[in-house]
Design a protein around this ligand. Sequence first.
Ligand code: GUN
Length: 283
Amino acid sequence: MVAKVINGKELSMELKKEIKREVENLHQQNVIPHLTVILVGNNPASRSYVNGKKRASEEVGISSEIIELSESVSEKELLDIIHQLNNNERVHGILVQLPLPEQINVQHVIESIDPKKDVDGFHPVNIGRMMTGQDTFLPCTPYGIIKMLQSKNITIEGKHAVVLGRSNIVGKPVGQLLLNEHATVTYCHSKTKSVTEITKQADILVVAIGRPNAINKEHIKEGAVVIDVGINRLEDGRLTGDVDFESAAELASYITPVPRGVGPMTITMLLHNTLKAAKEMVI
Ligand code: GUN
């Protein structure tokens, strides 16, 4: 089998057209959806992601700003800024780019964001709503993955989905969303024994471990759908995923590339969530 590619770049361009139309409708009602992104410190990867979020916002007519804070900012200073943004009715979405420096407790920061403006979907209230299947802001990368599967009419219900990785941002929530879609979900992580035995059972394999080319055709079964969440920068500057694309594509039925895979979908679902936040404040 030679896998079909799920092109996240193309899908995100289609979705952005719809988002743009809806944003223009809001403009007619004098509402300008606005996203504020907070970037702490000088992590080059974070800076590049944040710039990508701003550029994409502009493309669809969402206004956005980046608040840049120094690496040494205190937790109190950051919480004070978030408090002001919570109370600013022109701000619909607030995103604090992770990771944060050591002196700042990430959970304090996430919990200080008004759940109605939590376009990342990281606040415990929104996570709880996701777990119980209620309408909420879904975390952007997991939500983008579900959209990619749906775009190819890939059945999730009844399938064995295996998630490699258990981060709060990707692994845990993508497993939950797949469960909400009636998959049977298995999580594997650094303490899991006989990982390959499990991954070989996967109908849908989501790989989010942050290790370049760690997964190949030896780990998957014929016909599996392989979703690669990894974005790893190699020494020569190239980007690569957690999956050895050429090898896995020999056996998979569908596969996502890196770049032009999950990455663009993450940004697009952030735009979707910011639009949703703005629409809900109008109602
Ligand atoms: N760092 C890596 N991915 C993300 C994300 O989706 N949201 C935020 N806020 N930080 C991140």
